[in-house]
Design a protein around this ligand. Sequence first.
Ligand code: ADP
Ligand code: MG
Length: 237
Amino acid sequence: MNRTATILTEHVSHSFTTGKIVQPVIKNINLTIFNGEMTLIIGPSGSGKSTLLAILSGLLRPESGEVQVNDTQLTALSRHELERFRLMNCGFVFQGFNLFAAMNALNNVVLPLVYGSKIPKKEAIRRASEALDTVGLSHRKTMHPSELSGGEKQRVAIARALVKDPPLLFADEPTSALDKHNGQTVIDLLHHIAHEKDSTVVAVSHDNRLIDHADRVITIEDGCITDDIRSFPERSC
Ligand code: ADP
Ligand code: MG
């Protein structure tokens, strides 16, 4: 497997302004993230994990610094170009699953394929079935979210994020609504996806129990990287 640097940040900083108060949240982050492995960003609540993930995935433009993903300089893109970049390249998994209650598991996964693209329905269903197979849920296709456990719902959300085969997969607190066992299943699945598909998987969590399940663990505290367990440590402060 060829490990390539897929996400690069240079001197990335961001602050939020509420009224007259400016709160620096991300402080001069220099980071290189690779494909083919699962990178876990860990840190206490409020340390800036979600903000950093939003910056890495093009959901949020940082106040200063550069973000490059493969050959694309994200910080140079217009809002419209960024949207398109995300649509073509990124899958997202969030804490709350965000599944449509009225649709069964299969149709929830089909949705990203039919929305805004011209994939024939039959092909979309084939690919959605394949994605549900990848997350081990072939036998739950016709069930609705209310009939699924929390762990199963999150696996459907992962299948939905995977169905377009994105090179980049981002997960924000994907296990925090789950018990220990289901949380580990989900994180093992993200790990498996990174290895099987050679994709870049970045998850953030405040749950230290997930550390053993990641290839690389980056710790963020108060907007700074304070630890990086790979052999090339990168620190911002
Ligand atoms: P984490 O995900 O590690 O819990 P966040 O990145 O969500 O941390 O937030 C870091 C800090 O930035 C927190 O103090 C939070 O209140 C603040 N923050 C996050 N988003 C916004 C926003 N849109 N507006 C103002 N402050 C924000
Ligand atoms: Mg968060």
